[in-house]
Design a protein around this ligand. Structure first.
Ligand code: GTP
Ligand code: ZN
Length: 352
């Protein structure tokens, strides 16, 4: 495997993955990356090129299904999938519908471009929601402020975005112009995987086209024939960028929800969480309670009252979406128990 490590690095392989292999696996397996997810198959790429595999899933664990960006270990002799490697990062969401199953959107993304424009689209709460999602997924966020060319005050937007999270990278660009988007190249280099989120019209497609250089994304092998013999893309694929990286393009990224993202939210609002630790009551709502450290910090000008309002709203949204997921899991557990009882009952009758 060592001689092919360079090809693997092109695909995004790093020590994070290689340390997961034991000695025997190093000898007898081949790692491949899931480049595209189609209805009944996965397109994977490795040092020996691309090939199709059957979908990979674990019966009892929705999160162990292979998704785009994942790394799989194949048995070198038989070509069979042995296991899914642990992920560096993962985006998931709840499927629409009443039971809201967990859907994996993408794995092993390194950087998330949070795209918003230097105009009325700019909205701190929206950016904070994206920041929390990035944090929860384990992905590095970069705020990309598009339409800088149309604004006289792009520096004001940069400053406002930079205030949302200490140390956050913020780049203002004209998404149509490579002379401007070169600022994003540090995150698009060899083996790096990037994805984009942002509302409609902010310039995501424009940015993708400029970064891909050709005005259109190369579709190398990620098409499949539909029933009429035409080629259709399924929209869950990694695309090669000229800078050596991979761009993940999937519609699912646009519907990301703030579920089970409590840690992510707390990290984005660490200043409020830290202040709240000094409130007299553990369950302080920072709403007129005595000895409330958050209210005191706002009064002293150390915390922004608007930010507290946004935190409350986002925390409520997160709690609501998370609750519906845990209700479903509880239902499933109860059903599993019931099914076991029925089976045990049947068996005991049979042996009577
Ligand atoms: N002047 C200027 N126009 C831009 C810039 N970015 C995007 N546009 C224009 O804004 C419009 C919308 O851009 P899109 O790239 O389609 O936006 P999108 O985010 O992909 O939108 P959806 O596909 O709806 O999600 C297009 O007419 C672009 O040409 C920019 O940085 N500067
Ligand atoms: Zn308080």
């Amino acid at each position: 495997m060592t001689s092919k490590t360079s090809d693997l690095a092109d695909l995004g392989w790093s020590t994070f993955f290689s340390v997961q292999l034991d000695l025997q696996e190093l000898d007898s397996t081949e790692p491949v990356r899931v480049m595209a997810v189609h209805r009944n198959r996965l397109l994977v790429a490795g040092p020996c090129g691309q090939r199709d595999l059957p979908p990979f899933a674990a019966a009892d664990d929705e999160s162990a299904t292979a998704t785009v960006g994942d790394w799989l270990l194949l048995d070198a002799a038989s070509g069979r999938t042995q296991r899914l490697l642990a992920r560096k990062s993962v985006f998931q969401r709840k499927a629409p519908g009443s039971d809201r199953r967990l859907q994996l959107i993408a794995a092993n993304v390194d950087t998330l471009f949070l795209v918003t424009s230097c105009n009325q689209d700019f909205n701190p709460a929206r950016l904070e929601r994206y920041l929390a999602l990035a944090r929860e997924a384990g992905v590095m966020p970069v705020v990309v402020l598009s339409k800088a060319d149309l604004s006289d005050g792009s520096e004001d937007f940069v400053r406002a975005a930079a205030q949302l999270l200490p140390g956050i990278a913020v780049e203002a660009v004209d998404a149509r112009c490579a002379d401007s988007t070169y600022r994003l190249l540090p995150w698009c280099g060899r083996g790096q995987t990037v994805a984009l989120v942002g509302s409609s019209g902010v310039g995501k497609s424009t940015l993708v086209n400029t970064l891909s250089g050709s005005g259109q994304l190369p579709t190398q092998g990620i098409r499949e024939d539909d029933a009429k013999g035409r080629h259709t893309t399924t929209g869950r694929a990694l695309y090669r960028l000229p800078a050596g990286g991979w761009l993940l393009d999937t519609p699912g990224m646009r519907e990301l929800q703030l579920s089970e993202a409590r840690d992510g939210l707390e990290a984005v609002f660490a200043d409020i969480v830290a202040a709240a630790a000094n409130c007299r009551f553990g369950d302080c709502r920072h709403d007129g309670e005595p000895d409330c450290a958050v209210t005191a910090a706002i009064a002293a000008g150390l915390l922004d009252a608007q930010r507290l309002r946004r935190w409350r709203k986002l925390a409520a949204e997160e709690a609501l979406t998370t609750q519906s997921l845990s209700q479903r899991r509880a239902r499933e557990r109860a059903f599993g128990k019931f099914a076991k009882q029925v089976m045990a009952h049947k068996q005991s009758r049979r042996s009577d």
